[in-house]
Design a protein around this ligand. Structure first.
Ligand code: HAM
Length: 417
């Protein structure tokens, strides 16, 4: 039964209680392990940045910048924004700290909270978590393949089934010009039929009209970016597909896939899963070869992706994951409590998780607590035990109890059995 309180978590945010946090820890550990196997280096960045960073890099015409950012003024009247995505901060850090001096190719990953003011629903929150990976300095399609593979490896290790990979190429600014010209011509007579957003996109970034959920059907026969690729972009896309084949990765070419951020060039991809319902995109990414130059750096190719961890959690197969403690102390009197406290501190130093009742309630209550905490072992100490220099060690799985010498090494030996 929950208590009535006037304070509740804010709409679109989520509390993660201990039972759930155990699952998050497992997932985050797997992400970190896999990222290390691929030699990505972890970076962490601030919760808020200057609003201009996102305006310039995520893009003025995107839904994120237009209507989803949590923007506020600080006391110095500077406009700040809670980060809605990670790529702009990664690029800023890369430039600000001169990371380009550290090597031609740099591989970063992050696990960070993001903030978008969207209408909350299952799988869509206002504060959510992403893990992302970015490779800066490589123009090779092999890099795009490696990124995709690193995400799929993580899904695999988490035993998440039914993930589909959609890919496309949206070309470079050079070939996009030809596409946009043709596409605008196609749209011109149809504009009155299209939604308000698409009419605005027509002026700001027409390609994004292909992404519109409402109007998709009305423009089924529109010219598509992939039909206008220049030789270099065509070759890059071929190489990307070959790389996926080489890695035994199945994919679907979705010629309408353009993604909702302004910085993409050439490769774009997304991971979808139908079990997520209407928010079926688990992750996505692509190449952003122009962004670093656009943000003031030397022209540097880059590619990356991000996955929504909250959505990942929705797909995690049910697994028995209980909160537990290795050792729980039950002491029968205050002197035994002193002795026991020393023992469990030594066991903690040896790497075991241990706990005891700080109120030293009745023996029954201490055992109840050991049960509630799923203790693997219980150490029982009373006057008798102290006199004999032993402890009673109860194996809670087997329900068996035996006498063990009070020496720490002897107890450790037993716990390792
Ligand atoms: P994005 O597609 O905007 O890409 O977000 C990546 C993932 O974050 C989505 O696929 C989704 O799983 C999750 N996500 C987005 N919005 C929400 C939300 N409101 N609630 C829960 N989960 C959400 C990016 O953010 C790019 N920075 C990816 C990238 C990295 N591209 C290149 N490098």
């Amino acid at each position: 039964m929950a208590l009535k309180s006037k304070f509740k978590n804010v709409k679109g945010t989520r509390d993660i209680l201990p039972e759930e946090a155990v699952k998050w820890q497992r997932v985050e550990n797997i992400i970190r392990k896999k990222m290390k196997q691929y030699n990505f280096q972890e970076i962490r960045f601030p919760t808020f940045e200057s609003t201009d960073l996102f305006r310039k890099s995520t893009g003025e015409s995107t839904d994120i910048v237009r209507k989803e950012m949590f923007t506020f003024k600080d006391m110095g009247n500077r406009s700040l924004t809670l980060k809605p995505e990670g790529t702009p901060s990664v690029v800023r850090m890369f430039l600000q700290h001169g990371l380009f001096n550290k090597g031609a190719i740099q591989k970063f990953y992050y696990i960070e909270r993001m903030f978008r003011q969207e209408r909350p629903q299952k799988g869509r929150y206002r504060e959510f978590r992403q893990f992302g990976a970015e490779i800066i300095g490589s123009s090779s399609a092999e890099t795009d393949g490696e990124l995709v593979k690193s995400a799929l490896d993580i899904f695999d290790e988490l035993d998440i089934k039914g993930i589909k990979l959609n890919i496309n190429s949206i070309g470079c600014p050079k070939c996009r010009k030809d596409f946009v010209k043709e596409f605008k011509g196609f749209l011109k007579g149809r504009l009155p039929e299209l939604c308000e957003d698409c009419n605005r996109r027509y002026k700001e970034n027409p390609m994004r009209i292909l992404d519109c959920k409402k109007d998709k059907k009305k423009i089924k026969d529109a010219p598509l970016p992939s039909d206008f690729l220049c030789d270099e972009c065509k070759k890059h896309f071929e190489n990307f597909k070959n790389r996926l084949d080489f890695l035994n990765i199945k994919f679907n070419i979705d010629k309408h896939l353009v993604r909702g951020l302004d910085y993409y060039t050439k490769t774009v991809f997304e991971f979808v899963n139908s079990n997520l319902g209407s928010q079926n995109e688990l992750g996505g990414g692509g190449r952003y070869d122009e962004l670093i130059g656009f943000m003031g750096g030397e022209s540097t190719p880059a590619s990356g992706y991000a996955v929504g961890i909250d959505r990942l959690m929705l797909l995690l197969p049910e697994k028995e994951e209980k909160l537990s403690v290795d050792v729980y102390l039950v002491s029968l009197d205050s002197e035994s409590d002193f002795v026991g406290s020393k023992l469990i501190n030594s066991l903690r130093e040896k790497g075991f998780s241990c706990d005891k009742d700080p109120m030293r309630r009745s023996i029954k209550a201490q055992f109840r607590e050991a049960d509630r905490q799923n203790a693997r072992w219980v150490i029982i100490i009373g006057e008798n035990e102290r006199r004999k220099g032993i402890v009673q060690l109860k194996d809670m799985n087997k329900g068996e109890q035996k006498e063990v010498s009070m020496q720490i090494d002897k107890i450790v030996e037993e716990l390792k059995c």
